[in-house]
Design a protein around this ligand. Structure first.
Ligand code: DAH
Length: 343
């Protein structure tokens, strides 16, 4: 009997249990009266008085060891979170990662800031647009190539038929929407996303961002356009920046000009970015065509104005010396994080 008790003592002290059920099994086996311990106490009664004395002693040790183990196992169970409550409130919190604004947003905000100080409002317009606001009201003739499928994403009707709706190809549509709803003086900038059916490369994308500018009032002249963009360029790119206006053509402006700024990367000496010319184009511009004003019910004899359309990606690339347009839409966190400390 002594040997059996010793073996049980071993079993009891090395018993491991991590859930309620195995603790209960332990209790039934070693502690309950009907368990092994109970049986042994029964057996003890049958022994001769001498043996009874020694065996009784070890059996009591076993009983105490079993009770101590039972208490220990219960304590352990309470300290360990179970599957249903495995929420450990003592763990340190997962740190909140601070995000940052996208570089295009940073540039947009800076552009807005500069023009707001010149008294320009900020306006918004739809990205899904009709032919009138995107083309016709802007004096595009019916056969203009921009209306063709290779440049414009048309929104098809349910039968697959080409509809009147399209994804706007420029932010100039907002000029029309503003002038339809507001009588001059109008002085606003209109940032937004535009779409063109272009193959994606380092220099072109099927969507990008523009900011449109519009100033209509009595006696607004070309000198106002030039001075406004000159001021903008110096504010945006630094006081040493020069601007150059090149004659151009847009259906909605007459005369029209493309605006270049002196290349910030090579300081005008010639590099890849400026294609060795020392100048980089940032916007199209011009005096609003009389037909556009007429289309919006404004008398071109009374009012004149200028407009411009600037590429936000282009300005951002110059500002931060980024050489691939695709980086803006790939959402690569390693790229985006580099603008964390900018604002
Ligand atoms: N809408 C033209 C484009 O997407 C840019 C532009 C040129 C806008 C001249 C204007 C403007 O307002 O006057 O290329």
């Amino acid at each position: 009997m002594e040997e059996r008790i010793q073996a049980l003592l071993q079993e009891v002290t090395s018993y491991a249990a991590t859930d309620k059920q195995s603790i209960e099994t332990f209790r039934l086996k070693y502690i309950s009266k009907k368990g092994t311990l109970g049986e042994l106490f029964e057996e003890l009664k049958q022994l001769a008085p001498e043996q009874k004395k020694t065996a009784g002693k070890t059996l009591n040790q076993l009983k105490q060891a079993a009770e101590a183990k039972f208490a220990e196992l219960n304590e352990q169970l309470q300290a360990t979170p179970t599957a249903s409550t495995d929420l450990d409130l003592t763990l340190p919190p997962i740190p909140n990662e601070i995000g940052n604004l996208h570089p295009l947003t940073l540039t947009k905000y800076r552009i807005i800031e500069i023009f707001e100080r010149l008294g320009f409002n900020v306006a918004d317009g739809p990205e899904v647009e009709d032919d009138w606001h995107n083309f016709s009201a802007l004096n595009f003739p019916p056969n203009h190539p921009a209306r063709e499928m290779q440049d414009t994403f048309f929104v098809e009707k349910s039968g697959g038929e080409k509809g009147d709706l399209l994804l706007r190809t420029h932010t100039s549509n907002v000029q029309i929407r503003m002038l339809e709803n507001q009588k001059p003086p109008v002085r606003a900038i209109m940032p937004g996303r535009v779409y063109r059916n272009e193959a994606i490369s380092a220099r072109a994308h099927c969507f990008f961002h523009q900011v449109e500018g519009l100033y209509i009032d009595k006696n607004v002249g070309f000198a106002d356009l030039k001075q406004t963009l000159y001021h903008f360029s110096k504010e945006m790119f630094g006081k040493d920046t020069k601007i150059r206006l090149r004659p151009s053509f847009f259906p909605f402006t007459e005369p029209s000009a493309e605006i270049d700024i002196s290349c910030l990367i090579c300081k005008g000496k010639g590099c890849n970015v400026c294609k060795h010319s020392g100048w980089v184009e940032i916007a199209g511009s011009g005096m609003v065509h009389p037909n556009v004003l007429k289309n919006c019910g404004i008398d071109p004899e009374e009012y004149t104005g200028f407009a411009f359309g600037m590429g936000i990606e282009r300005v951002t690339m110059l500002r931060y010396q980024i050489n691939d347009l695709r980086l803006f839409s790939e959402n690569d966190i390693r790229f985006l994080r580099q603008f964390q400390s900018v604002m």
